[in-house]
Design a protein around this ligand. Structure first.
Ligand code: IMP
Length: 172
């Protein structure tokens, strides 16, 4: 059931402002492609790109990772591929949360096969204590402890995504 708030709306807003500013100064004269990892990225992605005061290309990729479980299955299946041509482009890969790192590693591999010039990860949350595969997060909202969180795009068995802030999921 719904537990206490872990990341408040105000904290999310200030992370978005900071991340957008960091990304804007990283952009330079580049023509970036923002790729969101569905579905968890939805609110983070849209709130973030709206803060970037220039034209950016957008696309989405979806892989299946978690089912009704709160632990990673460790195997990733491509559900929806990108359609934009990323060859020689600068890709910002936008992810909700990095847990074991397996999803992101697989997604990066899929995108690298299309020969982008660069690929950098933008993640709202990271649980470093759970990491099994090392992934470089170029732009990070915040680290959290090892607990299962829901809301602001994050789900448990497809529920709770629409909550405006991030809560801990606690056992019934
Ligand atoms: P990883 O492959 O273990 O890094 O898992 C990454 C994916 O698992 C994320 O994109 C989320 O969809 C999901 N996930 C990991 N931790 C949580 C959580 O605390 N709440 C909701 N989803 C999570």
């Amino acid at each position: 059931m719904l537990g206490p708030v872990v990341v408040s709306r105000a904290a999310i807003e200030s992370m978005l402002d900071r991340l957008a500013a960091e990304i804007e100064s990283d952009l330079g004269g580049r023509s970036p492609v923002f790729i969101g990892v569905l579905k968890g990225c939805v609110f983070f992605f849209t709130d973030l790109v709206k803060r970037i005061r220039r034209s950016v290309d957008m696309d989405f990729i979806q892989v299946s990772s978690y089912g009704a479980s709160t632990t990673s299955s460790g195997s990733v299946v491509l559900v929806k591929d990108i359609t934009v041509d990323v060859r020689d482009r600068d890709v910002y890969l936008v992810e909700d949360i990095v847990d074991t790192g397996t999803t992101l590693t697989d997604v990066i591999r899929l995108i690298e096969a299309r020969h982008p010039r660069t690929i950098q990860v933008v993640a709202l949350l990271s649980k470093p204590s759970r990491r099994q595969v090392e992934v470089e997060i170029a732009f990070l909202g915040t680290e959290i402890e090892d607990r299962f969180v829901i809301g602001y795009g994050l789900d448990f068995d497809e529920r709770y995504r629409n909550l405006p802030e991030i809560h801990e999921l606690v056992p019934e």
